[in-house]
Design a protein around this ligand. Structure first.
Ligand code: ATP
Length: 246
């Protein structure tokens, strides 16, 4: 389980996160939503030591990790894989070679074994038939699925997705949604998804936290969000231009 407890984070004089607490439960698909610049990515960067809080604590599986040094962070990064918005695959390597890379580097597999394992991993994301293709030959949605396969190679318990469907066409976006849901349902992976995509949010989230002006505005299920009488929540989830959101 992941717990953020009274997290606070400023950059210079700009207070981005003032006091945010929430738990992410094992095996769930958990969304972090809110306006641009509200600090969604800032929250997940704290989990892998890319940022450190000014105040508050982050707990991961019973350990307080918020003040871990680089060496202590290493096992945390093995447990929490991050899938960035723009897939960071090497264009000059095939999809299988890209996925094999962490298997060779971190699991010590020989090149041939790593490639065989990479093909299995590509199967998990329905990309096995593209194993020998190069990333530039594929569409954005397919590249995203290969990046997800690579993130799964070290069997992380947690996968952090930063806007996984942004800039994808609607069909590719729904395929990525389906895959994120499958990871939880079949592998028991816990997914934390930063997203603006209302279709994703309402089709695959178990629970959602909405951040607003440095605080949690609402934490609940998609049904809780739909039923909320808070005008700010309603404006956001319906994507309305008019309303109380500044
Ligand atoms: N390393 C940093 N140094 C300075 N400011 C930062 C840093 N990281 C984030 N910020 C600032 O913190 C704020 C929140 O950034 P963050 O990337 O978390 O936004 P977000 O909610 O994910 O927005 P978006 O939906 O646009 O991606 C922004 O104003 C950003 O400029």
């Amino acid at each position: 389980m992941i717990s953020f407890r009274h997290l606070a984070k400023s950059f210079g004089s700009k207070k981005v996160i003032e006091d945010v607490s929430f738990d992410v439960r094992d095996g769930e698909v958990f969304f972090i939503i809110g306006q641009s610049g509200v600090g969604k990515s800032v929250m997940i960067k704290h989990l892998v030591g890319l940022l450190y809080p000014d105040a508050g604590e982050i707990w991961l599986d019973g350990e307080e990790i918020s003040r871990f040094d680089e060496e202590q962070m290493y096992p945390v990064r093995m447990k929490c894989a991050m899938v960035f918005q723009h897939s960071t695959l090497f264009d000059s390597m095939t999809c299988a070679e890209n996925v094999a890379l962490p298997l060779r580097k971190h699991k010590g597999l020989k090149p041939k074994e790593a490639l065989a394992e990479a093909r299995k991993r590509l199967d998990q994301v329905h990309m096995r038939e593209f194993a020998d293709r190069f990333p530039p030959e594929l569409g954005d949605g397919m590249r995203k699925r290969v990046a997800i396969a690579r993130a799964l190679t070290l069997d992380p318990r947690y996968v952090l997705f930063d806007e996984p469907t942004t800039s994808l066409d609607p069909v590719s976006a729904r395929r990525v949604d389906k895959l994120i849901r499958e990871l939880s349902d079949t592998l028991g992976v816990t997914s934390i998804v930063v997203s603006h995509d209302l279709v994703s949010i309402f089709s695959i989230a178990d629970r959602i936290v909405m951040l607003y002006k440095g605080f949690v505005r609402l934490l609940g299920t998609p049904e809780d969000f739909k039923a909320s009488s808070d005008e700010i929540i309603q404006q956001f989830i319906h994507g309305r231009a008019e309303g109380p959101i500044e």
